[in-house]
Design a protein around this ligand. Structure first.
Ligand code: PHE
Length: 338
C-alpha cells in the first residue's frame, strides 16, 4: 500500500512538472487531491490495514498530500507569472498611435450664477433652503397671501396638475415652508430652484426658468436692511462700481414692494438701468401665516431671475441657449467665475 502511495506521489509530481496551463494544473489537482482524488481515496484504505499500521500510513498519506499541495501552489505561481508576462508583452503601448481626446465639462452658466450668489450669502450667515418643484396651491399661493380668488394669481400663469397641485410658479413657497419649519425663530435663507410658468414663447421667456429666493426674518429688520443686501448682491455680481435703483411695485407677499434695477454704463457714457429682481418687506399676513407675530418680527424677501442675471452678466441674446446643452455654447463659460 505504501508503495502505491509513493508511486502516486511520483506520478503526480511528474505531471505537475510537465503541465503548461492553469487549466491542466487544476485537472491534476482534482485527479489526486479532489474529493475522489487518488491520494484522498488512499485514506479510505486505512480500514484494510491491521490496526497497528494505520497511524503510520495515515501520516504518510498526509505527508504526500501536503507535498503535492505545495507543488501545485508553486507551479500555479509560476504559471500565473508566465501568463502575466505574456499579457504585458502583448499589451505593449504603441506610442505612435493618436491619443484619446478627453472632453472636460464645465459648470453650467446658470449654476455658476447660483453658486456665486450662494457664496456671497453664505458668507453673510444665510442658509441654503430647498423645496419641491411640484407644489401645493397652499404654499405656492395661499401662504403667500394670494387667496383663491386673488386677481394677482393671473400674474403667474400656472401649470396645474390637479386642483391643488401645480408646478411652482416661483421659489416663494420655500419661504412658507421654511417659516413653518423654523417655528417662529429668526431666519436667513436663500433658495435656488426651478420654477414654471405658462409664459409667452419669445426669446426672453421660457416655460421653465430659475430663481433664487431670499428671506430674512428677525427683530428690527427694516427697508435699509433689504437695500443693503441688494446692493451687496448687485456689486458682487456685476462690479463694485454699480448702484441700484428701487422702483415701487406690487407683490401680494411683500409690502411695500419694489422692483430693483442695476446701473450700467451705456456706450455714450450715460447711465442706464436694468431690472433684475423683485423684493420687499414681508407682508404681515405672510408673517402671521408663517407663525411670526408681525408686531415683534419683520422681514424682507427678494426673488431673482437667474437667467436674467446670466444674460446680463455674460451678454447672451437668447434664453433658450441655456437649455439646449450645446457644448459650443457651454464651453465658453469654462472658469469665467474663477
Ligand atoms: N416671487 C416673485 C416672482 O416670482 C418675486 C419676489 C420674491 C418678489 C420675493 C418679492 C419678494 O415674481
Amino acid at each position: 500500500m505504501i508503495e502505491r502511495l509513493l508511486e502516486l506521489k511520483v506520478d503526480a509530481l511528474n505531471e505537475i512538472k510537465e503541465v503548461t496551463t492553469l487549466n491542466d494544473l487544476e485537472q491534476i489537482r482534482i485527479k489526486y487531491l479532489g474529493k475522489k482524488g487518488e491520494v484522498i481515496l488512499m485514506m479510505s484504505k486505512l480500514r484494510d490495514l491491521p490496526q497497528e499500521e494505520r497511524p503510520a500510513f495515515g501520516q504518510q498519506v498526509n505527508l504526500v498530500k501536503n507535498e503535492l499541495e505545495q507543488a501545485l501552489y508553486d507551479k500555479k505561481q509560476g504559471l500565473e507569472y508566465e501568463e502575466l508576462l505574456k499579457v504585458l508583452a502583448s499589451e505593449k503601448i504603441d506610442v505612435t498611435l493618436p491619443g484619446t481626446k478627453f472632453y472636460q465639462g464645465t459648470i453650467h452658466p446658470l449654476n455658476q450664477v447660483i453658486e456665486d450668489v450662494e457664496d456671497l450669502f453664505i458668507g453673510m450667515g444665510y442658509e441654503v433652503a430647498e423645496g419641491p418643484e411640484l407644489e401645493n396651491d397652499h404654499y405656492n399661493f395661499e401662504m403667500m397671501n394670494l387667496a383663491k380668488d386673488h386677481p394677482a394669481r393671473a400674474m403667474q400663469d400656472s401649470f396645474y396638475v390637479d386642483e391643488n397641485t401645480l408646478l411652482r410658479t416661483h421659489t416663494s413657497p420655500v419661504q412658507a415652508r421654511t417659516m413653518l419649519a423654523k417655528k417662529g425663530n429668526p431666519l436667513k435663507i436663500i433658495c435656488p430652484g426651478k420654477v414654471y410658468r405658462r409664459d409667452d414663447d419669445d426669446p426672453t421667456h421660457s416655460h421653465q426658468f430659475t430663481q433664487i429666493e431670499g428671506l430674512v426674518i428677525d427683530k428690527n429688520i427694516n427697508f435699509a436692511s433689504l437695500k443693503d443686501a441688494l446692493l451687496k448682491m448687485a456689486r458682487h455680481l456685476f462690479g463694485e462700481e454699480r448702484v441700484i435703483r428701487l422702483r415701487p411695485s406690487y407683490f401680494p407677499f411683500t409690502e411695500p414692494s419694489v422692483e430693483v434695477d442695476v446701473s450700467y454704463k451705456k456706450k455714450d457714457g450715460s447711465i442706464g438701468w436694468i431690472e433684475v429682481l423683485g423684493a420687499g418687506q414681508v407682508h404681515p399676513n405672510v408673517l402671521t401665516m408663517g407663525g411670526y407675530d408681525p408686531e415683534k418680527y419683520q422681514g424682507f424677501a427678494f426673488g431673482i431671475g437667474v437667467e436674467r442675471i446670466a444674460i446680463l452678466k455674460y451678454a447672451i441674446d437668447d434664453i433658450r441657449h441655456f437649455y439646449l446643452n450645446d457644448l459650443r455654447f457651454l464651453n465658453q463659460f469654462k472658469g469665467v467665475n474663477k
